[in-house]
Design a protein around this ligand. Structure first.
Ligand SMILES: Cc1cc2nc3c(=O)[nH]c(=O)nc-3n(C[C@H](O)[C@H](O)[C@H](O)COP(=O)(O)OP(=O)(O)OC[C@H]3O[C@@H](n4cnc5c(N)ncnc54)[C@H](O)[C@@H]3O)c2cc1C
Length: 280
């Protein structure tokens, strides 16, 4: 049975999962955290559900996908790689194999440091597991947005000296060397990256940026964008064959009903894609 990985468990991802199950696919939903919908106090414009809170709506979606036999996994997708047969997705420390991918990650609220973009892969990394060993024994910095990366930080600390910077105030992992002052900018100087914070400037061999959201340019570098939105056609196909997108990730208006509709269109297109692939 073909396996579809849906990245994102909000309205778009859940809607697509239900339809894909009806079409006989094996479906996994991967999610890094709560959906935008869960933050809505009350939703007044979703047909059939009157004056319901966003978190109750999401609970309904979650129960429905469970009943439909959708597999669920927690974790942040960090990288999607095309293989000869399909795709491999790096999620947390796991590699998930699948035949098609649906991007339903909502609006990527990805904060950026000045200079970050140009240094990715050249002293700036988003993945401690992928790149940590390259910097064994060398001074590195971690820029963390929240406390959810304690495991990655522990791993890095077991192999390198680590300075810890916070993008937003949170409880730092125990025993870590916290540098005061918000990180602001990065620049290359020789083989090192200089990290400028509110109070200081320090050189590092690598700066690991750990955020609960991943920029699309990092997740799938070849993906065509329309500004901040993933470019899709009328069947929610992206520029990468076998990768589809639905919901807020495809642009405004940011609405639950639209996300659900697009999830449904994407699911039917994925079913057709898998069918054609099987016959080829
Ligand atoms: C306060 C508030 C009020 C709102 N009120 C309304 C309203 O009244 N009516 C209305 O129609 N809409 C409303 N919305 C908008 C609505 O919630 C969104 O349009 C809808 O949730 C979009 O669904 P989505 O599935 O595209 O993305 P989301 O709901 O944002 O779900 C995205 C999912 O992707 C996951 N994810 C992201 N990146 C990764 C990654 N790299 N790896 C793994 N998982 C990842 C997230 O953890 C999440 O599960 C409101 C939104 C907010 C914030």
């Amino acid at each position: 049975m073909a396996h579809v990985l849906i990245i994102g468990g909000g309205p778009a991802g859940c809607s697509a999962a239900l339809t894909l199950r009806l079409r006989g696919a094996d479906v996994t939903i991967l999610r890094a955290g709560p959906s935008a919908l869960e933050k809505a106090k009350r939703v007044d414009n979703y047909p059939g559900l009157s004056q319901m809170s966003g978190s109750d709506m999401q609970k309904n979606f979650d129960e429905q996908i469970k009943e439909a036999g959708v597999q669920e996994k927690n974790g942040l997708a960090r990288l999607i790689q095309k293989t000869r047969k399909g795709f491999t997705v790096l999620a947390g420390d796991d590699m998930i194999k699948c035949d098609a991918v649906l991007l339903a990650t909502g609006i990527g609220r990805v904060a950026r440091l000045v200079g970050e973009d140009t240094l990715v892969g050249q002293g700036v990394s988003y993945c401690a597991t992928c790149d940590g060993m390259l910097y064994k024994g060398r001074p590195v910095a971690v820029v963390a947005q929240d406390e959810s990366f304690a495991e990655d930080v522990d791993f890095l600390r077991s192999i390198c000296p680590v300075d810890y910077y916070m993008e937003k105030p949170h409880a730092a992992p125990e025993g870590v060397q916290v540098i005061d002052g918000k990180p602001k900018a990065l620049r290359a100087e020789g083989e090192q990256v200089i990290l400028t914070s509110e109070n200081d400037e320090k050189p590092y061999d690598c700066v690991f940026i750990l955020r609960p959201a991943v920029a699309m340019s990092t997740l799938l570098p070849k993906l065509e964008m329309n500004g901040e939105a993933v470019k899709v056609d009328e069947k929610m196909r992206t520029s990468v064959e076998g990768v589809f997108a639905a919901g807020d990730i495809t642009g405004a208006p940011y609405q639950a009903a639209r996300a659900v509709g697009q999830g449904n269109v994407a699911a039917l297109a994925i079913a057709q894609y898998l069918n054609e692939k099987e016959k080829a």
